[in-house]
Write a protein that binds this ligand. Sequence first.
Ligand SMILES: Nc1ncnc2c1ncn2[C@@H]1O[C@H](COP(=O)(O)OP(=O)(O)O)[C@@H](O)[C@H]1O
Ligand SMILES: Nc1ccn([C@@H]2O[C@H](COP(=O)(O)O)[C@@H](O)[C@H]2O)c(=O)n1
Length: 211
Amino acid sequence: MANHECIIIAIAGASASGKSLLANTIYDELKRDLGTNQIAVINEDCYYKDQSHLSMEERIKTNYDHPQALDHDLLSEHLSMLCAGQSVQVPSYSYSEHTRTSDSRQVSPKKVIILEGILLLTNAKLRQQFKASVFMDTPLDICLLRRLQRDIQERGRTMTSVIEQYQTTVRPMFMQFIDPSKQYADIIVPRGGKNRIAIDMLKSRIQHLLD
Ligand SMILES: Nc1ncnc2c1ncn2[C@@H]1O[C@H](COP(=O)(O)OP(=O)(O)O)[C@@H](O)[C@H]1O
Ligand SMILES: Nc1ccn([C@@H]2O[C@H](COP(=O)(O)O)[C@@H](O)[C@H]2O)c(=O)n1
């Protein structure tokens, strides 16, 4: 597929603010009209830098909420390739191993790409690639409760480790990088990923851009 035009929508905001839920809801509802070949969700977390050369003790010390933890150059390159009609291999990431796995996911060019991730709006090069951007404005206490539950159930963490990480890096980096990046969003969504009016507005905007 050469000279492929694509619409990239970015969804940013705090950890556990409902980014994945919003991205996956829009994906599920639009794929019925567009077909699965025409829309994909890509998670910024897949672009955390590989740390296989570090010991587990060192990996645990990484600040995963700082922009430097992510390979935004590779993400930007992959978006350019997709928009140029080329397939990409999206890395696969393990939250329990704190590094990339040996797997990857092939993503072929799509008309619509929904990106979701905490630090997407902090990077000027990435921002230029987005047709529209969203910031999830969910209260931080709600995010913390959801993260606590999710990280213990799904990411192999303990209550103590989630609280420790939240105090040392997650909250400070939200204040330093993520919250200020809200200024770059086109749409600010309150109350999280089940906000029906926001879901419908974004779907309409995407349909409009496709027409
Ligand atoms: N509006 C909501 N009501 C109840 N639970 C929610 C809501 N939004 C998100 N969650 C739950 O909170 C957790 C984090 O949501 P998620 O969409 O994965 O956040 P993010 O992608 O921003 O980290 C998930 O377990 C999700 O099911
Ligand atoms: N090895 C890692 C990598 C990332 N994190 C945390 O993930 C959060 C971002 O993912 P969301 O799905 O919550 O948006 C981020 O706040 C990192 O702290 C981690 O704990 N370990």
